[in-house]
Design a binder for this molecule. Sequence first.
Ligand SMILES: O=C(O)C(=O)C[C@H](O)[C@H](O)COP(=O)(O)O
Length: 214
Amino acid sequence: MITAKEASLRNREICGLAPIIPVLVVDDAASARPLAEALVAGGLPALEVTLRTPAALDAIRAMADVPGGVVGAGTLVTPQDVKNAVAAGAKFGVSPGATDALVAACEDAGLPLLAGAATATEAMAMLEKGYDVLKFFPAEASGGAPALKAIGAPLPQIHFCPTGGVSLKNANDYLSLPNVLCAGGSWVAPADLVRDGKWDEIETLARDASKLER
Ligand SMILES: O=C(O)C(=O)C[C@H](O)[C@H](O)COP(=O)(O)O
């Protein structure tokens, strides 16, 4: 079990680890460990493995004991996803949205949930449940940093990890907002570099991202 309050505190800690949480789509579980090692070495310890590929759960298993890393599962949609993620060793969960069933499943399983919200009403619904750290998704398509800034005016008590269309170019627009703790993005682990095992290049991308100010 984990309460909403405990989950929010844990999310705050995870979002505090680095300015960027890499959002990872892993096609081959064999690449998971060196990928995680490169990102952690580059200064990005919190990693989100999306449950969008058949290899995702094995990837989480392979990453779970990388020293210094904190591995979570993304794209949580169903209670079964939550069970699978916890069994694989995920330490936090991320979802594009939030449903009552998903929130309850994460609380029952003791998994801190970084739930997605794109509107004031969605954010307020999660706040009513006790969650004051949320993912802003899809960030760019939902109006980007200006939209998140506008949501923060009446709801400054809710903090966000914007994800979806965030890049090295626009990350600062988000990270400079008072209601942003960190951002999520896939650009630090491009599919071609992962496929070709270019771990040094991924470490460099991670290091650049880790130096973003917030
Ligand atoms: O499936 C999830 O749970 C997600 O977290 C979705 C991701 O946030 C975005 O797909 C990342 O977007 P890009 O950085 O623009 O590639």
